[in-house]
Design a binder for this molecule. Sequence first.
Ligand SMILES: N[C@@H](CCOP(=O)(O)O)C(=O)O
Length: 462
Amino acid sequence: MSTSPDRYLSTRGDAAPTNFADALLRGIAPDGGLYMPQAWPALPVDATRPARTYAEMAREAISPFIGDALPVGALDRALERLTQGFDHPAVTPLVELEPGLFVLELFHGPTAAFKDLAMQLVAALSDEALAATGQKLTLLTATSGDTGAAAVRAFAGAERINLVVLHPLDRVSPVQRKQMTTVQADNVLNLAVRGDFDDCQRLVKGLLAEESLRDGRRLSSVNSINWGRLAGQIPYYISATAQLGQAATFVVPTGNFGDAFAGIAARKMGLPVKGFVAAVNQNDALARAINEGVYARRPAVESGSVSMDVQAPSNFERLVYEASGRDAEAVRAVFETFARDGSVTLSSDLLAALKAEVSAVSIDEAATQAEIAHAHAAWGRVVCPHTAVALAAARRLDRANGPVVALSTAHPSKFGAFVSDVLGFEPEPAPVIRALGDQPERLTIIDNTAEAALAAVKGFAA
Ligand SMILES: N[C@@H](CCOP(=O)(O)O)C(=O)O
């Protein structure tokens, strides 16, 4: 039987295959798994040739995943929106810090974080999918800060879409919170949950299974559990390789593991890549899984790199699916055990296959602070704490094996207090952060329970 990149299978194997539009408007498969393309499309051999626009590279990478599931011209129209509000002509410029060490600046968009790239695309593609069928959509999204800000910006005022964003109360930076809560749009609800990001993500997954919320609407998520989000993050790996002119090792600051998995997807499509390193903060469930073979949940601890305070990274499921040879039964066994017991031991075969895809390292708070200081002293750069985690991991690598690219996922002015504690001064605000001002904030605080979340979302819908 032939396989196709525009058909989507669930990592848990019990959901009917579907197309891109349906996977986009579901977010998560009905069996609780994550959608994956049935096959990896091949990038053209000259995909990294120079002098092409970001949108051209994105079109080539993303169109095979869509096939004929959206109206003719939908992707081209969406690509026009993809880089709207970016303040750099290269969109995602690559900057050399010292011989063989680079940062990929992903923070030039309207909320000053890498999430803008995929979120603006997903917003436009969702509009296209809904307009084609006349449906309406409720989006549920968990955030540790950056996803929520980008989602609010991308979906505020959308005619057919309501957006509910759950963030952990007092566990995002003040700028991130204001980016979500000062937007005065009637189709947006901000919920501050008394819990951590993993609680928010768990609540979202539970709500997505809640039939009573549908009421004639589609129900989906714009977290990276949604394949559309991941597809939108593939192009910047291609752009980085094109700018560099050779294969690199990418060091990815990692929370929900969507960013790193998008890079792994690019490699599966044929992008030349030396390797991937997932750099986590002291919330190190992913690093312990890959380095020790036990995937075990611990309560998330608060850090300066707040967007990475994740202890149950959703996209680890996609990695296990790939590494197990797409064995849905094995995936179900791992993640059902993890959900039930909070811990699961990975088989030695699976572990070897995981290590072949990615290595992982945990950078603690002191090393993050030291890296912010080093970046300023050595290169005159002010970096955000997430970028610092990646740079600390990147500087441990041997560059004799080829260039190393650390992803710089957010602008430092989103995390002014943490950076100024180290450097003694506040980072110069990105223009989009300066424009935030002191608008009134709108948010509802809820308990960390399924009942509280359901009642809040129902109240909003009503
Ligand atoms: N780091 C994230 C957490 C959610 O990640 P996502 O990529 O799955 O949306 C954030 O900033 O919210």
